[in-house]
Each structure stands twice: as C-alpha cells, then as structure tokens.
Design a protein around this ligand. Structure first.
Ligand SMILES: *[C@@H]1O[C@H](CO)[C@@H](O)[C@H](O)[C@H]1NC(C)=O
Ligand SMILES: *[C@@H]1O[C@H](CO)[C@@H](O)[C@H](O)[C@H]1NC(C)=O
Ligand SMILES: *[C@@H]1O[C@H](CO)[C@@H](O)[C@H](O)[C@H]1NC(C)=O
Length: 142
C-alpha cells in the first residue's frame, strides 16, 4: 500500500489539531458557557430574598437594559461587587468574563448608579443580567 495518502492524512490531522488549539486560545467565545455564567450569578443572587424589582425606577430600568451602556454598566457592577465580595468570588469572576465581549462605546454615557447596599445591588444586577442574556441571544443569531 502506498504510504503517501496516510502521510497526508497524518499531516492534515496534525494541522487540524494545531488549528483547534489556536482557536481555543484566540477566541474563547462559547455562548453556552456565558449563559451558564449568567445563571450561576443568578443562583447566587437568589440565595437571599429579592426586593421587588418594581421598586426600580423606569429610568434605571432603561439604563440597565440599554445596549450602549452594557459595558459602562458592567464596569459599575464590577466596582460595586467589591462592596460585597472579594475578587475570588463567583460573581466577580463571572462578570469579568464579559469584559472582552462587550463593546466599549465612546462617549461612554452615564452608567447605572448602584447604592452601597445589598438589596439595591441585587435587584439591579438581576435586571442587568436580563440585558446580558438578551445581548448573548442576539449575538448568537447574528
Ligand atoms: C467604586 O465604588 C466606590 C465604593 O462604592 C465608589 O466610591 C466609587 O465612586 C466607585 N468608582 C467608580 C468608578 O464607579
Ligand atoms: C485579587 O486581588 C489580589 C490582591 O489585590 C491580587 O493579588 C489577585 O491577583 C487578584 N485576583 C484576581 C483574579 O484579580
Ligand atoms: C442608551 O444610552 C445612550 C448613552 O447614554 C443614549 O444616548 C441612548 O439614547 C440610550 N438609548 C435608549 C434606548 O435609552
């Protein structure tokens, strides 16, 4: 049997493997993984009773759901997370994973204001997770 085709197959497989390894490090975008991170954050938020989201001001809801403000709001939440958790916490780590995904607009606009209390943080972050979820769903379809 001629060994040339086998050699070609081998080279092809090696090349394919190299491409795969490269792909993993270059673009780690895995939609499922991001949806999972959102639900993990939601699980943590739901471990304590939630104040009614109806107490959110309509302007605040607009700000939280505004696509242009996704990134400035993420920065605000990362900063606010420090009030309640350290940087090894699941919420901090998961939120940080979204940084490279979200476009950084100029001008950045006015992000959401988060009070230094857990109830405010919790209800606002829950609303913001909806915006992140919508963003991922939209990104998946396009
Ligand atoms: C970060 O959080 C601290 C404490 O809540 C606040 O004083 C500060 O203004 C925040 N910084 C930004 C850039 O949001
Ligand atoms: C968390 O903070 C500590 C102390 O500031 C720092 O050494 C460490 O690198 C940080 N970890 C992450 C994941 O940012
Ligand atoms: C979203 O925020 C940007 C920047 O603040 C603002 O210009 C825009 O009008 C907002 N969009 C909506 C739909 O509220």
């Amino acid at each position: 049997m001629n060994s040339l085709p086998i050699l070609h197959l081998l080279l092809f497989l090696l090349g394919f493997q190299a491409l795969q390894a490269q792909g993993r490090s270059l673009s780690a975008y895995q939609p499922k993984q991001y949806f999972k991170m959102i639900s993990e954050i939601m699980d943590v938020l739901n471990t304590s009773p939630s104040p009614s989201e109806e107490t959110l001001d309509p302007n605040e809801i607009n700000t939280l759901l505004n696509t242009t403000l996704l990134r400035p709001n993420l920065d605000a939440f990362l900063n606010a997370t420090k009030n309640f958790y350290n940087n090894e916490s699941l919420i901090w780590k998961n939120l940080k994973e979204f940084l490279p995904l979200l476009p950084n607009p100029t001008p950045r606009g006015e992000p959401i204001y988060i009070e230094n209390n857990w109830d405010d943080f919790q209800k606002k972050l829950k609303k913001y997770l909806e915006a992140l979820d919508n963003f991922l769903t939209f990104k998946n379809k396009h």
